[in-house]
Design a protein around this ligand. Structure first.
Ligand code: FAD
Length: 483
């Protein structure tokens, strides 16, 4: 094997693959902990994602900005870090070597794979179907949207929610398989609260946003670029070919078939062409509706980027295709760790935490992986970090601040839970999930100012039965109450 003949290969103490949030956090932590060890960051694009303005909002909630930076900044900061601009194409776990697409081979003592994930397209190789993942695909989408009168959006997660709110000047047919919008993040009540925002025209000036915009500039990332993150659309205008904004939601349906304008003449929709209209592409949903459109956006989740690492190795993969990692971020292969979107957390989770492929978790996992690699290199032991105790996420949807805590959607609780809800139309939506009188989750939409108090109540698992519905009584200052 080529790995055996490479006598002059460069060997590093630590190698990290991936210049996204997980990889950069991991390599920075390692570089500062081992200032005289040789480290390498191998990544496919010349830009890396750096976390800046990190702010711990409460015990577990964190806010930070993300900046796309040239890799040279990292090299300048850490003299022991070598940056390798190339994609990994093969790994030989046994001989602790990696090969990159430019034909070079690198050895490692410990490796962390942070290669992220790519959009799960419901159909491959259809030029009318695109996924949005990185700067390049966002630019491609923007260009094609500017000529479009109607797009069909498939999917119901965070990206779909943002798109449906941001796209202007183009009709959006939004096909979701659930009964309510935003199913990944919300229940039907929260969806109902947000629906009016779909109908109101977008404010000329968006609310001030604390996070900086992404600079959308040329990258050489190709198909390996890092994932965009919060506010990815702020730096680009998502304007279609017309004026106005119309969203039609098709609930509880999936894609049955896609036709191009040439197929259509011989297809079952040919007799209905008059009502369907003439479009470059058509999509038939399993609720028997067919829509013609200019473009189909597939926002149906992601697939971990594991391909280059699997051949010839014995990685155990999770059902979602991620590299299984234990609470020390170790994969099933010796000396190989993984963090961020590429991995699946397979340790026994705290009852209040779940993995979601999000920005914050990519940072937390990258950081924890580095600490575990360091501890193991020094033959020390390390415990799971506190941030994995409670799921917490802060974001914005439809210009509302959204805070999600714990089992915010009663995930895995079955019928064994109770919900308390308070809602003021256009202002706030507060939902609390209680299990056996204890708070186990919450959804806070709007400026509720409740996140810290609720986080404490969830973490301390106090019996809240005596307080009943007063918990959400707007006339009671709950912060004082539990002080
Ligand atoms: P990535 O950021 O994808 O980085 C992977 C890195 O690996 C890249 O640098 C890539 O170049 C490199 N790479 C890949 N393959 C190879 C290879 N073979 N060899 C070498 N290098 C390789 N999360 C939120 O929390 N909030 C949001 O609002 C939000 N919005 C999003 C909007 C969009 C459009 C998208 C796509 C994602 C969004 N996310 C959001 C998710 C978030 O961006 C990801 O969870 C996070 O970026 C994952 O970080 P990562 O470091 O694991 O992977």
């Amino acid at each position: 094997l080529y790995f055996n003949v490479m006598e002059n290969k460069n060997t590093f103490k630590f190698v990290v693959v991936g210049g996204g949030i997980a990889g950069v956090t991991c390599v920075e932590q390692l570089a500062s902990q081992f200032p005289s060890a040789d480290l390498a960051l191998i990544t496919a694009g010349p830009h890396i994602k750096a976390v800046t303005n990190f702010k711990q909002v409460s015990k577990t909630l964190e806010e930070f900005s993300v900046e796309e930076r040239p890799f040279t900044l990292l090299e300048e900061k850490y003299s022991n870090l070598t940056f390798i601009l190339s994609a990994v194409k093969a790994l030989d776990a046994k001989s602790h070597c990696l090969e990159t697409t430019d034909g070079k081979v690198y050895g490692y003592e410990k490796l962390c794979i942070c290669s992220g994930a790519r959009p799960k397209l419901f159909t491959e190789d259809n030029p009318y179907v695109l996924g949005i993942r990185d700067t390049d695909s966002a630019q491609d989408f923007q260009k094609r949207l500017s000529q479009a009168k109607r797009i069909v959006l498939i999917g119901n997660g965070g990206i779909a929610l943002e798109l449906v709110h941001e796209v202007r000047g183009c009709e959006v047919i939004w096909a979701i398989k659930d009964k309510a919008i935003g199913n990944t993040f919300f229940d039907a009540g929260a969806a109902q609260f947000l629906i009016p925002s779909l109908e109101t025209p977008k404010a000329q000036k968006p609310f001030p946003c604390k996070r900086p915009r992404y600079t959308v500039e040329e990258t050489a990332g190709g198909t390996h670029g890092s994932a965009l993150g919060p506010d990815w659309h702020e730096g680009i205008v998502l304007q279609g070919a017309e004026q106005g904004h119309r969203v039609v939601v098709e609930y509880q349906c999936e894609v049955e078939k896609i036709f191009t304008s040439t197929d259509v003449l011989v297809s079952e929709i040919a007799p209905n062409l008059e009502t369907v209209g003439s479009w470059p592409v058509y999509i038939k949903l399993n609720n028997d509706k067919t829509y013609g459109c200019d473009l189909i956006v597939s926002a149906t989740g992601v697939v971990p980027n594991t391909d280059p690492f699997l051949h010839g190795n014995d990685f155990v993969l999770a059902n979602d295709g991620g590299l299984q990692v234990d609470e020390q971020m170790r994969t099933s292969e010796l000396d190989i760790y993984a963090a961020g979107d590429v991995c699946t957390a397979c340790w026994k989770h705290s009852p209040l935490w779940q993995q979601m492929r999000l920005w914050t978790q990519a940072r937390q996992m990258g950081w924890h992986a580095a600490r575990c690699m360091a501890a193991h290199a020094l033959s020390e032991s390390i415990e799971l970090d506190f941030c994995f105790e409670l799921f917490s996420h802060i974001t914005k949807f439809f210009n509302y601040k959204v805070v999600l805590l714990g089992k915010f959607n009663a995930q895995g609780l079955g019928p064994n839970h109770e919900l308390l809800v308070r809602c003021t139309k256009g202002q706030e939506y507060v939902k609390v999930v209680l299990s056996e009188g204890r708070m186990v989750g919450a959804v806070l939409i709007g400026e509720t100012d409740l996140e810290e108090t609720f986080e404490n109540l969830i973490l301390n698992q106090m019996d809240l039965t005596p307080y009943g519905e007063d918990l959400l009584n707007p006339n009671i200052d709950i912060e004082d109450y539990f002080d």
